[in-house]
Design a protein around this ligand. Structure first.
Ligand code: RIB
Ligand code: CA
Length: 313
């Protein structure tokens, strides 16, 4: 008897790696996408919303989509140097096939969670603005969320400051609320995502699959690698796809349980995800921190996923 698919809510700031994470999610029979919501991060909320709709059209994701919010206290922090002026440069994308639904992201997420017969998994791949707002407005829904599989943070280091990873830094107050929510967290932080590299020699494997999604993913990889090449990465770190890989192929990942909290102030450490590696805080672990990945198996997973878009589905 095959297992029931995991009901998931995708929330992100596409963003090349968000788009590839969603490609992996939509290709996997192990997941059922209940909703897609946008957040402000890689680009402004307007641009990430438009990108989300275009990616859904490309992938054929049949789910409601809602526009999310901007950071709780801070301002938007678009990063055109990484993802381009549109937030998803490098490939021609189809026009949206749907408009965002009327209720904003938080209310769509709440509706979807309430109507799901089974507890859901939330997969945030951008700043945690919407997820924090969801539980602030509807704390009673926490019991209907099995886990949050997020890309964000880093125990050993940051990438936007020495201490902070981008998603957490954009909205540290939201991140603290999510890590303190009591919901089990599966954290794909930089410790693992900077090892989730798709290298130039892999780009050809994906492009050779030949269907429109495969060609688009290869174009995204080429663009996304340009910034990372200047940072001496040997390949493109597909950060966000690790939060999905952890659900569909957990055996390729190494995990360590620990208590994690978020620094929300400080000259050097604002946005740092502080991991209690040796259990000295007195807090019980709240997070399964992903630390390592079988990179070859990860690339194979992406190649197999793009192949599904050429088959009758
Ligand atoms: O630090 C990497 C994260 O920031 C990824 O989610 C990427 O899409 C950007 O949002
Ligand atoms: Ca992202």
């Amino acid at each position: 008897m095959s297992k029931q698919p995991i009901p998931v809510l995708l929330d992100g700031d596409p963003g090349h790696d968000d788009a590839m994470a969603w490609m992996l999610a939509a290709a996997s029979p192990a997941l059922k996408i209940l909703s897609v919501t946008s957040c402000s991060g890689n680009q402004t909320i307007e641009k990430t919303t438009n990108n989300a709709l275009r990616v859904m059209a490309l992938l054929g994701i049949n789910a409601p989509m809602a526009m999310g919010g901007t950071p709780m206290l801070g301002k938007e922090m678009p990063v055109p140097a990484v993802h381009g002026a549109s937030g998803l440069d490098g490939a021609d994308l189809p026009e949206p096939k749907q408009a965002p639904v009327d209720p904003p992201a938080v209310e769509l997420m709440a509706q979807v969670i309430r109507s799901s017969p089974d507890p859901v998994t939330i997969v945030p791949t951008g700043p945690l603005t919407n997820v924090a707002a969801l539980f602030a407005a509807h704390p009673e829904l926490k019991s209907r969320v099995e886990r949050i599989s997020l890309m964000g943070g880093g125990i050993a280091h940051g990438n936007w400051t020495p201490a902070a990873e981008f998603n957490i830094l954009v909205d540290p107050e939201a991140a603290r609320l999510v890590f303190q929510s009591g919901i089990p967290i599966l954290m794909a932080g930089l410790d693992v995502t900077e090892k989730a590299l798709v290298c130039p020699e892999d780009f050809g494997r994906i492009r050779a699959v030949g269907n429109p999604v495969a060609v688009t993913v290869a174009d995204w990889l080429e663009f996304f690698y340009q910034f990372h090449k200047t940072m001496d990465y040997p390949g493109a770190p597909i950060h966000d796809a690790v939060a999905v890989a952890a659900l569909v192929k957990p055996e390729i990942l190494t995990v360590r349980e620990m208590y994690v909290d978020v620094e929300v102030s400080g000259d050097y450490c604002m946005g740092c995800t502080v991991g209690d590696w040796h259990g000295t805080s007195g807090h019980k672990p709240n997070t399964r921190v992903l630390l390592d990945i079988d990179r070859e198996a990860f690339v194979d997973l992406l190649v197999e996923a793009v192949k599904t878009y050429g088959e009758v589905r």
